[in-house]
Design a protein around this ligand. Sequence first.
Ligand code: NAP
Length: 316
Amino acid sequence: MSTLIADIGEPTSVTWHILGAGSLGTLWATRLARAGFSVRLILRDRARLDAYLTRGGLTLSEQGQRHTFALPAGIIDDAEPIERVIVACKAYDAEPAVAGIASRLIPGADVLLLQNGLGSQEAVAARIPHARCTFVSSTEGAFRDDDFSVVFAGQGFNWLGDDQQGPAPEWLAALVQAGIAHEWTPKILDRLWRKLALNCAINPLTVLHGCRNGQLQQHAGEVSALCNELTAVLRACGHPEAAEGLDEAVTEVIQATAANYSSMYQDVKQGRRTEIGYLLGYACNAARQQGVKAPGLNALQERLIQRLLAKGLPAD
Ligand code: NAP
């Protein structure tokens, strides 16, 4: 493995601010910077900024190569106006983090939301009506191997869109240049719902059974019953396309990722807060609101909450 310090030059275009320099934030920041775009990190406070400066940059490991990018960084409380920002916090951190920069967003600013699940995007968009929010559903995989150091673990794809079904923005060209696989879709909510449903049918059960994804093949009846309820929820919420063939898709994911531990399993194992409130919790609330009977999902949520509380983790 080689380590390079890449000094990124003067801004030549609109600066891409990155709010949240964790796994996905680093993945996006380093690829954009590598393609020559102006990138600036927004860290939560002075202590994190000092820690970052001590590290000397963000490190991305990809295909056995480590590269460190000495990107400029500031903190939430800075005054500099923001024209474009990628929000790469966890779903539960997104709204408070964006609230911290709301006064810095210029009218019409572009705000890209990378959060998994649903609920956080609406909360953020409501806080910043003067901005244009783009939702992203990502199947890329990255994890932190150290502070400000990330491994690009899984090639994937990014679907982008907004709930206004607006036209594709001009800045998509930057993603092409940066090699970030993506497509603009008018059906971003279908994408987010579909991913949420796959997550609900797999991840909580891997936590409760303490198993890899593949071992859910021994619980096929339980998985299938959840898929039936999720299908009804998706349809009732106006996303019938996201419901199509859900059972088969879940089976395929379980088989294709048989050796993997789900992200929720890993979060719980490592004592980290899960995003349950934006995944299973969101599905259960939606079922209640739409009057869809979902006894299996509700029971799953209750069991998962009890498991999280027993481990001293937040239940939301
Ligand atoms: P992560 O590694 O935990 O990174 C989150 C980052 O947000 C951390 O660096 C954290 O800062 C920062 N943050 C939180 N609150 C902040 C604030 N107020 N101001 C500034 N920074 C703040 O999370 P992740 O894995 O990248 O996940 C981000 C989202 O992407 C999640 O919704 C996740 O489900 C989704 N996603 C992730 C992947 C993946 O492979 N990782 C794939 C698809 C989707 P500190 O470092 O200071 O704690």
